[in-house]
Write a protein that binds this ligand. Sequence first.
Ligand code: COA
Length: 176
Amino acid sequence: MEITIRQEQLSDHAIVFQLIAAAFRDEMYSDKREQFLVARLRNTEDFIPDLSLVAEVDGRIVAYILLTAIKIISTNEEIPSLALAPVAVLPVFQGKGLGAALIEKAHGIARDLGYQSVIVLGHEKYYPKFGYQPLHYFNLSLPFEAPPENCMAIELVPGALKGLDGKVVYPAAFFE
Ligand SMILES: CC(C)(COP(=O)(O)OP(=O)(O)OC[C@H]1O[C@@H](n2cnc3c(N)ncnc32)[C@H](O)[C@@H]1OP(=O)(O)O)[C@@H](O)C(=O)NCCC(=O)NCCS
């Protein structure tokens, strides 16, 4: 199976919308509105086109990932970071390495762009495969209630989150 990963284009939006809805359809924890979140985030200044990626198999878009700019407010500093939300793979293509390929690719691009960390709210058994660790390990908290095991972060640059004591701040579009 040949996987091509590329930046999402305007002409992909409708397909990506359907893809995200299909991917989350049977997820118990999902509010089934992740496709609307992506539509909103694309219209914010925190949207980073380079980090809105599709994965194609035989020319067909089957998976998508978005990393959006967020901030970490620590005791006396403000640090740019990224939120991974969502990563979505069409059900029949799940378990074939597409999610992993998108996450690794997005991490590499993010690092090249100068970002040093990524925050995620997600499956506690999935993200640790890529190096994500619980948020409390970094002395960071989210601005909303969530099970601690699902709140995770990764340092794209070793030590990037060391010595912080702060809060993750999301763009308002995350909560609309
Ligand atoms: C979760 C998701 C993105 C994973 O993508 P994927 O392409 O199916 O997963 P991959 O093939 O890259 O899996 C890599 C590894 O993670 C495991 N894995 C996949 N989904 C997992 C999950 N939900 N929980 C724990 N482990 C999972 C795979 O078994 C595989 O393990 P291995 O490396 O030991 O073989 C995808 O299944 C999906 O879109 N699910 C529905 C939407 C969703 O839940 N998105 C994530 C929001 S947190």
